[in-house]
Design a binder for this molecule. Structure first.
Ligand SMILES: [Zn+2]
Length: 123
């Protein structure tokens, strides 16, 4: 992949990372506000609703953190010169696939094979 295209994907990944980091920040602020609002006497129903909300916030943040890790991994591959190359078969990943999924580590064929859970795929 040429430098210009790599730069295009780098910018795309950085923008994605910013978006997720801002979202994680929001989630943490929401969680804090909920915790701070929780200083009055609450009945059991309120308490369990609060727990559910915090659980949801936590899981969202966890998912976002995972996505940020995947993005940082992709940025590292750009630096190392392995970005856009399937980690399984070594063939270039289709650029339209990378546009839709800039963190893709595998081409569509390998992804499909792995999702099908086949042990010995025919390449
Ligand atoms: Zn592949």
């Amino acid at each position: 992949m040429d430098a210009q295209k790599l730069e295009h994907f780098r910018r795309k990944l950085l923008a994605e990372r910013e978006r997720h980091l801002a979202h994680i920040n929001d989630n943490q602020q929401d969680a804090r506000q909920m915790a701070e609002a929780d200083d009055g006497v609450k009945d059991a129903a309120d308490m369990s609703l609060l727990d559910v909300n915090q659980e949801i916030e936590y899981r969202l943040s966890e998912r976002e953190s995972q996505l940020v890790a995947e993005i940082e991994d992709a940025l590292r591959r750009i630096d190392e010169g392995t970005y856009g190359i399937c980690e399984r078969c070594g063939r270039p990943i289709d650029e339209r696939r990378l546009e839709a999924l800039p963190t893709a580590r595998f081409d569509a064929a390998c992804q499909a094979i792995m999702e099908a859970g086949q042990e010995t795929p025919s390449l």
